[in-house]
Design a protein around this ligand. Structure first.
Ligand code: DSN
Length: 416
């Protein structure tokens, strides 16, 4: 029986979310629209199957098909990113990063990562995360004058604290990551270097950002951001030794049965990401991000680091006289979906910070280009300026109306 028949309430809510996603200009930089093919693979009978272990060495029978699917996903990951080993089983980014700790550290060992308020991730040793509670965290940030990572500071901290593991990458970094510089520091102090490329995996796959391969010892990524796959993650390595440690950490160290429906959808997404069209997409994501940043700068917005090299823009709204949360809420009501976000050296609290974080993966998946980015920048300015004057209702209603014409012109992939 169909979903609509068995559970009309949930079926209707899923339809409502489809409509919401279609009618919204999605600017959250960690989100995207997957293709119809990825969606199809996700909703399959593969969800019925247990397959703890790895291809050829499972703890359940009936793996004739699952082994093939997982092997195809692994081969595609290896070929796309140019690595010798890939594990496609991590349930998502945080479990993938936890596996890195289990593979290479003992409780209490020192980990160095970018502080959360500067653009790092919770799992890079932030205090509220298990990684900050069970390990000894050391944090680097960005320079207050440039908004960029200071590699001299990273090196000095590494020499002082001798971490066993160093993370580079994060969740709110608008600039290119200098993988060779991180690798040189990690080698100097004998640390494992983990590149968390969750945000930029699609840009790397498409040749629009330098790759950490040849520099980082291990690479972790989610599969659902710029890579445009299902919600899932992968771990990659070049050396056999690192790969063996990661595999043991994922299973049996942290996880049970892999989510085979997700593995199949990851395989499909990796196939899509190896096409010339995806490379064009990845470069357009960056071109759109730059165009949007230019429009915002021209309209007096204060961008952390002064701009962007990738898919992401971090805006400090202090100079506009409004905090991140009311701005994000007003923008959402106008149909512009963003997330409020801490900015470096933010005097405000994380749940009511000074900034918003935006990005162009989703709007680029809809086929929008630089002209549309300039229009989006103009709408953002109108809404934020009106919120600052506490007089936003008419502007929100007007922008929402104008924006409907844009979303109708650029249908979202995967949606009806
Ligand atoms: N929650 C993700 C993001 O939005 O960047 C990171 O895990």
């Amino acid at each position: 029986m169909s979903l609509a028949h068995v559970d009309p309430e949930i079926a209707e809510l899923i339809k409502a979310e489809e409509r919401r996603q279609a009618d919204t200009v999605k600017l959250i930089p960690s989100e995207n629209y997957v293709s119809r093919a990825v969606l199809e693979a996700t909703g399959t009978v593969l969800t019925n199957k247990y397959s703890e272990g790895y291809a050829g060495k499972r703890y359940y029978e009936g793996q004739q098909v699952i082994d093939q699917i997982e092997s195809i996903a692994i081969d595609r990951a290896k070929s796309l990113f140019g690595v010798n080993h890939a594990n496609v089983q991590p349930y998502s980014g945080s479990p993938a990063n936890l596996a890195i700790y289990l593979a290479f550290l003992q409780p209490g060992d020192t980990v160095m990562g970018m502080g959360l308020p500067f653009g790092g991730h919770l799992t890079h040793g932030w205090s509220v995360s298990a990684t900050g509670k069970w390990f000894t965290p050391v944090r680097y940030g960005v320079r207050e004058d440039t908004g960029r990572i200071d590699m001299d500071e990273v090196r000095a901290l590494a020499l002082e604290h001798r971490p066993k593991l160093i993370f580079c990458g994060g969740t709110a970094i608008p600039r290119e990551i200098d993988f060779p510089a991180f690798a040189s520091i990690a080698r100097e102090v004998g640390a494992v270097l983990a590149a968390d490329i969750a945000h930029i995996a699609g840009l790397i796959a498409g040749g629009a950002h330098p790759s950490p391969v040849g520099h980082a010892d291990v690479i972790s990524t989610t599969t659902h951001k710029t890579l445009r796959g299902p919600r899932g993650a992968m771990l990659m390595a070049t050396s056999d030794e690192h790969a063996t440690a990661l595999n043991k950490a994922v299973f049996p160290g942290l996880q049970g049965g892999p989510h085979n429906h997700t593995t199949a959808a990851i395989a499909v997404a990796l196939k899509e990401a190896s096409t010339p069209e995806f490379s064009v997409y990845a470069h357009q994501v960056v071109a759109n991000s730059r165009a949007l940043a230019e429009e915002l700068l021209a309209r007096g917005f204060d961008l952390v680091s002064g701009g962007t090299d990738n898919h992401l823009i971090l805006i400090d709204l202090t100079s506009k006289g409004v905090a991140g949360k009311p701005a994000a809420k007003a923008l959402d009501r106008a149909g512009l979906e963003t997330n409020y976000n801490t900015v470096p050296f933010d005097p405000r609290k994380p749940f009511d910070p000074s900034g918003i974080r935006i990005g162009t993966p989703s709007v680029t998946s809809r086929g929008m280009g630089e002209a549309e980015m300039r229009q989006i920048g103009a709408w953002m300015d109108e809404v934020v300026t009106a919120v600052a004057k506490d007089d936003a209702e008419d502007v929100i209603a007007r922008v929402h109306g104008e924006l409907s014409e844009l979303t109708a012109r650029f249908p979202a992939p995967g949606l009806a």
